[in-house]
Design a protein around this ligand. Structure first.
Ligand SMILES: [Zn+2]
Length: 110
């Protein structure tokens, strides 16, 4: 086991950016990096890269790509509240820990 800190968001979560130039943008988490505390969110912090052709599979040219942002800058979007919310945790009867909306109590997991 590594000492990676656990992120409050994970792959496939829908989040809203709450600070920075992309504030207010909504997107799906494409990847999460618990080790660095960063996430890549679909359509957020797009950067342009000028890539040289390497091989047949990577033709190069100008590519647009999402750059990782700090996970503390995003909040989960609650589908019941339709707004970004803080999350809490709830232990189910079978011992499973799920993430819930602090506002309405809706579960983000399963
Ligand atoms: Zn909610």
């Amino acid at each position: 086991m590594t000492t990676a800190k656990k992120l409050h968001v994970r792959h496939d979560d829908v989040v809203v950016v709450i600070s920075g130039t992309d504030k207010g943008k909504k997107g799906k988490v494409l990847s999460a990096y618990p080790k660095t505390g960063r996430v890549v969110v679909e359509g957020v912090r797009m950067v342009t890269k000028h890539q040289k052709p390497r091989n047949a599979g990577a033709p190069g040219g100008i590519i647009h790509k999402e750059a990782p942002i700090d996970a503390s800058k995003v909040l989960l979007l609650c589908s019941s509240c339709s707004r970004p919310v803080r999350q809490g945790y709830k232990i189910l009867e079978d011992g499973t820990k799920v993430r819930v909306c602090k506002r309405c109590g809706a579960s983000f997991d399963n």
